[in-house]
Design a protein around this ligand. Structure first.
Ligand code: VNL
Length: 390
């Protein structure tokens, strides 16, 4: 009798050896987070990874009975690498969700993989309007450049700015920013004597700024990706553009909170439009900023961090809603239409476009307690991506 029990126990144990592994796999929910952790866009990777980890520290790693596993991969912001990593994550790791995407070319490279494998892809950074149209499995938690640019084109002519030269990084988001700023500014009676485009990789702003100085518009409108703003600001100051009476305006990417505090007084008074400022005065944001800084040696969370944090919320909520059963299509369905309060303000994921609808704020750089902040002074509520009305 005792012997039989022991054999039964041994068999049970052996079965558990195989079945247990499958069970453990079934009880894990994998998020493949692909980010630029090194190279030119490394600050974006660092911000989003920190935010995703903060979300998990605050909300636990067990959701609807599943153990959430975050797998972070560095694509060095090269789209061929992003594509290869996404393939490996889907085929070998069998991730439930893909996420991250520091720049537009990375998101576009992964879109076909999301479609073919029916894996939801949560775009947390990249911001060209058309990205969500590249796959029905893409959901975006960042923003779009048309969304951010139009507000500034309405603000500028009402504030003494009649002529603007645009200067943008020469790829998707820059071209969106240029087009949507320019069209709206012209519609509002403004003049755009020149549109300038600077390469994404290793840009030298000097010759472009010299040209702007010669053209002497009322303002220079700038879009450069997160991480590149400090270089623009420095050269703008060195060339005495501000002293020559040319104002700097742009989307909030140029006064990126990751770098703003080190930009110096040349940044004072710069007006930008964007969806997030570290200085956003809500209780939810104050809590977010305090806990982010505590966990990251006082690093300020920027708009990339908020895209990552909210992207994690969208994934967690979808997992909850589907009761842990998973399946790409069910998860995607549960991501659509989510409404919540982000540190940036109220947002929702438009079920039709899978893009985020959010407030766009006008902000001015001010010094408070010896530090530089993007201080919000106006808001346009519930802005949909204007790029989707084509
Ligand atoms: C993009 C757009 C990247 C805005 C950014 O920073 C940014 C993009 C890395 O779509 O590539 O601030």
């Amino acid at each position: 009798m005792q012997k039989r029990t022991m054999i039964q126990a041994a068999i049970a144990l052996a079965l558990a050896g195989t079945g247990g592994a499958a069970l453990a796999q079934a009880n894990v929910f994998k998020i493949g987070l692909i980010l630029p952790m090194t190279g030119q866009q490394a600050t974006t990777g660092r911000q989003i990874e920190a935010a995703a980890k903060l979300w998990m520290a605050q909300n636990g790693d067990t959701v609807a009975g599943k153990k959430v596993q975050l797998i972070v991969k560095d694509d060095t912001s090269l789209p061929d690498v992003t594509r290869r990593l996404a393939q490996e994550l889907v085929v070998n790791e069998k991730v439930d969700v893909l996420a991250g995407m520091g720049i537009t070319p990375s998101a576009l490279a992964v879109a076909p993989i999301a479609t073919q494998s029916k894996t939801p892809l949560v775009v947390m950074a990249a911001a060209t309007s058309s990205i969500t149209e590249a796959s029905p499995f893409i959901v975006r938690s960042s923003f779009t450049l048309p969304q951010a640019s139009v507000a500034l084109a309405d603000w500028a002519p009402k504030n003494g700015i009649k002529s603007v030269v645009t200067l943008v990084s020469d790829y998707g988001p820059g071209i969106d920013a240029e087009k949507y700023f320019k069209d709206r500014f012209l519609f509002n009676g403004g003049k755009v004597p020149e549109t300038l485009r600077v390469p994404l990789r290793n840009p030298d702003f000097a010759p472009f700024l010299q040209k702007v100085r010669d053209l002497k518009p009322d303002a220079l409108f700038v879009f450069v990706p997160s991480g590149a703003g400090a270089a623009v600001m420095k050269q703008f100051g060195e060339r005495g553009m501000d002293k020559a009476g040319i104002k700097l305006i742009g989307t909030g990417d140029v006064t990126d909170d990751d770098q703003l505090n080190d930009m110096g007084d040349v940044a004072l008074g710069v007006v930008t439009s964007h969806h997030y400022s570290t200085a956003h005065p809500s209780a939810a944001n104050k809590k977010f900023v305090a806990e982010f800084q505590k966990a990251n040696k006082n690093l300020r969370p920027n708009f990339m961090a908020v895209g990552g944090y909210d992207g994690m919320r969208v994934i967690y909520e979808a997992l909850k809603k589907t009761g842990g059963k998973g399946g790409g299509e069910a998860l995607l369905g549960a991501m659509k239409g989510q409404i919540f309060e982000s540190p940036r303000g109220p947002v929702f994921i438009d079920a039709q476009t899978r893009d985020i609808v959010q407030n766009i704020y006008l902000r001015k750089v001010e010094k408070k307690d010896g530090q530089l902040w993007n201080v919000e002074f106006d808001v346009i509520k519930d802005v949909k991506d204007p790029g989707k009305s084509k």
